[in-house]
Design a protein around this ligand. Sequence first.
Ligand SMILES: Nc1nc2c(ncn2[C@@H]2O[C@H](COP(=O)(O)OP(=O)(O)OP(=O)(O)O)[C@@H](O)[C@H]2O)c(=O)[nH]1
Length: 392
Amino acid sequence: MPAVDRNPLPITDLLDWSDRDKSLLLSVLTGLLMLGFLGWLLFTVNYTRFGEQFLSVEGAGLARDIFLFNVIGWLLLSCWGMALHKTKRHSVAYPNVCIHFFGFSFLGIGYVMGLYNPIVGLVLVGSPLTGFILFDFKRVTCSLVIHTVMVLAIYALIVQGKLQYAPMLKADPVTKDLVSVYWVNSMIAFATPFLAMVFGFTYVLLRRWQIREKQIRALAVTDPLTGLDNRRALFDQFSYELARSRRSGNPVSVCVMDLDHFKQINDRYGHAIGDKVLLMVARVLRDCLRETDRIGRIGGEEFMLLMPETDQQGAEKVIERCRQRLNDTPVEVEGQAPFHISASFGVTCSGTGDTLGEEQLFSRADQALYLAKEAGRNRMAFWSLSQEAVPA
Ligand SMILES: Nc1nc2c(ncn2[C@@H]2O[C@H](COP(=O)(O)OP(=O)(O)OP(=O)(O)O)[C@@H](O)[C@H]2O)c(=O)[nH]1
């Protein structure tokens, strides 16, 4: 087996654990449950009136042997898992043995306590749920089918009188006339840790699902490199701001910004430095703009600035500040002299009574950007009312 181990062990990462470590956790938890069952039996037989009244001597002996067998089995499985974990070895057999032994353990308990016992029903529902959360579908289904068939077989043998029903009990502790409080409390005590285990695993699964949902939603609207808005998020916001502007009469300015000769930076310093420049640009733009403005990266080295309630003069001031700050911020490169960058900006502004949509305004800003590039770069150009972009 390859000695590969990529297991982080914080409990919140449970679903990322290897099958080996999940099986080890299952072994330890189930082992403790079995130890609890054994402790309960020994205590009940030796120290309670319930033992005298309701437990049969041979049946209790059989139950003790089954519980003890389970405790020893889980102890050995825990040791096996620990050894695999310590040596960082993976084993296909270990999870399989654990999954099948899990079903087998509870089958034995169900048999001695009685198949109609509510705890058996609980285990029948909770175990596959836990299994499907922790392990792959095929393995768990296989175990589920085997153990369901075994339950049915035991049931058939009981119906035919070949097996005794609930051999541990010599009398039913819950009848129409008599309900043993000790038995009911014991069942609750058995069910509680099992339920806690199932709820715990379900919680981990749901928590993971919630986190993933959040991440997916964030990814859908975020540029992964810079953490700025992506094109979709920005256009959604643009559409909203235009609707607001139509109601309030306040203008919205939009600017498309493109770094100058970025290809040369990539070619000369490599993509990693190119990415570093993009991150620096994102930081500078964030610093220069108001909190109510939105910045996004809409292409490789193309950014878009959305400035609500900002007219042409206001936009000019902000953009000049951005342009200047980008010029003034050196890019540090290890072992080489720092270099400076520049960017060109195309700007347009939604006029009062404008009915232009976001795509049309964006297209105007883009055309203005083209003009800024044509005019020599490192400058801004506005889209004029005469339908032509003019350098500022
Ligand atoms: N490092 C890095 N480079 C990128 C990324 N996205 C696009 N690029 C690069 O950006 C460069 C864009 O080059 P061009 O479109 O020719 O533009 P330019 O060199 O900036 O020239 P002008 O815009 O005309 O000033 C290409 O080399 C792309 O590979 C990115 O996420 N990271």
